[in-house]
Design a protein around this ligand. Structure first.
Ligand code: HT7
Ligand code: ZN
Length: 879
């Protein structure tokens, strides 16, 4: 497979103004007739006549007609990936007839069937599997789409825009015609045909447009869409209030499908969603699911402006829409719930997955320079690190400066396909007085890797000054041996001995500026001297996680405990606890390696006790503060990852805390239980999260009382959050009731695929030694299907997240994954490629594990007919 380079970008030689699609859906074959109004792109006029080269794959070409003249096959050329029409006038109408078989499409890209219904997924390059087209985001056209199908089987026929006509045929078939008035790239095309029920609501925009909102689901699921609908209405209102952006059509449709490679897709006015992000009620969905739905519904809705109205020039610019839209959905969820809690959750995910990516062989910049398969670049770096870049714009410019930049961006680029450089230019030009080195800021898009910032502070009592020295470094990443210093916004405060923030006046300044301020770290090493500092402070650095960096600051355990209790910044209170826990766990692993017994410092147990004592102040926050850093994240800090040591150390802490603080944990558990009628409010979710955090520690201690509590919660739990929390602990335990509980759960929920996904994951994540054996067995369970991405992510993805079991020293976990990847690759390369990424960090492990992982990667590499998706990841991993 060939790599595509950003540096090779050229505007398209041809443009397409309108598309008239006719899709005739039949059980044996689907016929697509596409009428394109094409014209030469004036910006390429100087180059003279160029052939029309259309993208197309996995279909049969029936005919090509130009301006109503049927072409002879000798008049055009077809390859496995393209259709070339060499001689055309300046403008022409090209009609192409193709045949496809959606019923055989297991890759779930293009037109495919899910539970008997037809649906599409065109981002990034799926439209070329429906018809020949200039399948690139900088070709924007107006679409009119006619869908024809058997009425009894497919009563609902949907596409983008407005329904303009429909009718019945005499033979039991019917048709519907949709017109989308907004020009759009082909990746935003969508159509659906199926037997679906709808739930309808309405939203009136601030300018008075009444929008009909519909959510389509398989019959029987209509009772599970209320939360998604509510989230949609909240998103529409929030985007008007926070960004001044209003919806631009009279209809907004969402269709939920159970076979979907990702979370959802923002097709213009016809979003297609994975059922996971639509269907929920308290019996079947956890609080995490409810929050996920709120976020994903908002994310796809927000794309209507950031992605659809202003789109990407090419796929290297993917973060233009994804980073910005993730940042917007993070802001929205923070406003709907608790801002610090949301920030902690987002940073936890960023560190867990994006920092890991940045430190491995698939590291790439937010704006990548080359790719083999674009589907491999829907990554945490493009999405989550991209969102951090947006957050930094806002941190540097302030909320008003950021908003000015956003307004200018839409003023300049509405209706265009643009680049991250255009976005940066809008931010810069809207803020001419901002002291920001934009050329340096741009490096966040261009340089891969997570910067390390080392901090050092010294207080001088005589001059009442505090000198903070910051040093930044960025390790080489694949293809980028040399790095330049970045512009890093450092939001900081100085915490005085009583816990109050001290005034922040830098040497040379006339007056102090607030209790948190943003320093610009621009050099490799830079010092900042604060004056009028009355006493030795403890610095609180990177408040709110103001930049995606790893901080190294040699403060004492006592200072961390102090910040845990006193820092006015909630994120840094949490962060101090995480830093302390990380330090202790890594210390325990070192003890174990040296052959000594692992002991938990009493001061740590005391600090956890203090967290419990304050827990009632903010229960959601307390639940997060009680959470130990994950084994995956902890492994990132080790020269050679020791998955067994980490697992044991972490479990030892959990056990010690559980037994030392048993009384306090039980008391808190009891208090949180008294939570009145079931509600999905931040307060109620906080109670449940805290209660389940307590239960986790109590179960780790392994006493009979805890087991009884856990079983009682499992059996009598009102709501999936509590039931699943209890079941996870049971699945991880040696309780004699374990098998019966798991079986009862499967029997109860066998008719609910999304709940069965949880059942698979709970077992895949179990720390028990027989987990792999069980996971193997579960691949043959009737509820499991390797063709369904949710099942694969639940069971196989769940297993690869199980650090101790996936990285078993005998290589058995690796061998299992390789088998599954090869099995998947023939069916769904995109999902196979997401799974194979679990190998990426193999060089971080010991020699024995490395040998096992390498052998499996080489086995995959040597397999004939590998997809470009898997090929690219394996190549990079072995490089
Ligand atoms: N923009 C959407 C991306 C997406 C996708 C990409 C490749 C293959 C399948 C896909 N499904 C959805 C999702 C989003 O970021 O909103
Ligand atoms: Zn998105």
């Amino acid at each position: 497979p060939k790599a595509i380079h950003l540096s090779d970008y050229a505007p398209p030689a041809w443009l397409i103004d309108t598309v008239e699609l006719h899709v005739d859906l039949r059980e044996d074959v689907t016929t697509v007739t596409s009428r394109l109004a094409v014209r030469r792109n004036p910006v390429r006029a100087a180059e003279g006549p160029a052939p029309l080269v259309l993208d197309g794959e996995a279909m049969e070409l029936v005919s090509v007609t130009v301006d109503n003249r049927l072409l002879h096959p000798a008049d055009y050329a077809v390859t496995a990936e393209s259709l070339t029409v060499p001689r055309l006038p300046e403008a022409a109408t090209v009609e192409i007839v193709t045949r496809i078989k959606p019923q055989e499409n297991t890759a779930l890209q293009g037109l495919y069937k899910s539970s008997g219904n037809y649906c599409t997924q065109c981002e990034a390059e799926g439209f070329r599997r429906i018809t020949y087209f200039l399948d690139r985001p900088d070709v924007m056209a107006r679409y009119t789409v006619t869908i024809e199908a058997e009425k009894a089987r497919y009563p609902v026929l949907l596409s983008n825009g407005n329904l303009v006509d429909q009718g019945d045929r005499l033979d039991g078939r019917h048709w519907a015609r949709w017109n989308d008035p907004w020009p759009k790239p082909s990746y935003l095309f969508a159509m659906v045909a199926g037997a679906l029920t709808q739930v309808e609501d309405r939203f009136v925009t601030r300018s008075g447009r009444e929008v009909t909102l519909r959510i389509f689901v398989e019959p029987g699921n209509e009772g599970k869409v209320a939360h998604a609908m509510d989230s949609l209405k909240k998103s529409m209102k929030w985007d008007e209030d926070a960004y001044g952006l209003e919806y631009d059509l009279d209809i907004f449709n969402i269709v939920a499908v159970s076979d979907f490679n990702m979370g959802a897709m923002e097709n213009k006015s016809l979003n297609v969603f994975n059922t996971k992000y639509v269907l929920a009620n308290p019996e079947t969905a956890t609080d995490t699911d409810f929050l996920g739905i709120e976020t994903v519904v908002a994310h796809e809705y927000f794309h209507n402006w950031t992605g659809n109205r202003v789109t990407c020039r090419d796929w290297f610019q993917l973060s233009l829409k994804e980073g910005l839209t993730v940042f917007r959905d993070q802001q929205f969820s923070a406003d709907m719930n608790s801002a610090p809690v949301k920030r902690i959750q987002d940073v936890t995910r960023l560190r867990q997955v994006q920092f890991a990516e940045d430190a491995g062989p698939t590291a790439h910049p937010v704006r990548p320079e080359s790719y083999i398969e674009i589907n491999n670049f829907y990554t945490p770096t493009v999405y989550e690190k991209g969102a951090e870049v947006l957050r930094m714009y806002r941190t540097l410019l302030g909320p008003q400066g950021y908003r000015k930049g956003i307004d200018l961006y839409f003023q300049r680029h509405d209706g265009q396909a643009v680049t991250t450089d255009d976005f940066l230019a809008a931010m810069r030009d809207a803020n001419p007085d901002a002291a920001v080195d934009w050329a340096q800021f741009q490096l966040w898009y261009r340089q891969a890797g997570t910067p390390v910032v080392e901090a050092d502070g010294a207080y001088d009592a005589a001059s009442r000054s505090y000198r903070l020295t910051l040093r930044q470094s960025l390790a080489p990443t694949p293809g980028q041996p040399e790095k330049a210093p970045l512009l890093i916004p450092v939001a900081l405060g100085l915490v005085g001995p009583d816990g109050a923030d001290l005034p922040l006046r830098l040497e040379g300044e006339a007056a102090a500026a607030g209790s948190t301020r943003v320093l610009h770290l621009t050099e490799a090493s830079q010092s900042f001297t604060f004056v009028d500092v009355p006493a030795a402070p403890v610095p609180s650095l990177f408040r709110g996680f103001s930049a995606p960096v790893r901080l190294r600051f040699p403060c004492s355990d006592a200072e961390l405990t102090f910040l845990m209790a006193k820092d006015s910044d909630a994120f840094n209170r949490w962060e101090a606890g995480q830093t302390l826990a990380t330090r202790i766990i890594l210390g325990m692993v070192a003890e174990r390696t040296a052959g000594r017994a692992m002991t938990v410092p009493p001061a740590f147990v005391e600090a956890v006790g203090a967290t419990l004592a304050r827990a009632h102040e903010d229960r959601s926050f307390a639940a997060l503060a009680l959470m130990l850093p994950s084994e995956g994240y902890l492994g990132q800090s080790m020269e050679v990852v020791d998955p067994d040591g980490l697992h044991e150390a972490r479990e030892t802490i959990r056990r010690t805390v559980g037994s030392s603080l048993g009384a306090a944990l039980r008391r808190l558990y009891g208090e949180c239980r008294e939570d009145g009628p079931f509600a999905i409010t931040p307060e109620a979710m906080g109670r449940r999260a805290l209660k389940n955090a307590c239960l986790g520690y109590l179960m780790a201690a392994g006493d009979a009382e805890a087991a009884a509590l856990c079983l009682e919660q499992y059996r009598g739990g009102s709501g999936m959050t509590d039931v699943l929390a209890a079941l996870s602990l049971i699945a991880d335990s040696d309780l004699p009731e374990r098998e019966a509980c798991l079986e009862a759960f499967a029997t109860r929920w066998q008719g609910e695929p999304l709940v069965m996904d949880k059942w698979f994951t709970v077992q895949a994540l179990s720390g028990r030694p027989d987990t792999l054996e069980r996971v193997r067995r579960l691949t043959g369970h009737p509820a499991f299907s390797i063709r369904n991405p949710n099942k694969v992510y639940a069971l196989i993805g769940g297993f690869t997240a199980n650090q101790a079991r996936f990285h078993a020293a005998d290589g058995s976990g690796y061998a299992f994954l390789a088998e599954r990847v090869l099995e998947l690759d023939g069916l769904n390369p995109q999902v196979a490629s997401r799974m194979v990424k679990a190998f990426a960090r193999w060089r971080k492990f010991d020699a024995g594990r490395q040998a096992h992982a390498r052998a499996q990667l080489e086995r995959i590499q040597a397999t004939p007919g590998l997809s470009p998706d898997v090929f690219e990841i394996v190549e990079r991993s072995l490089d």
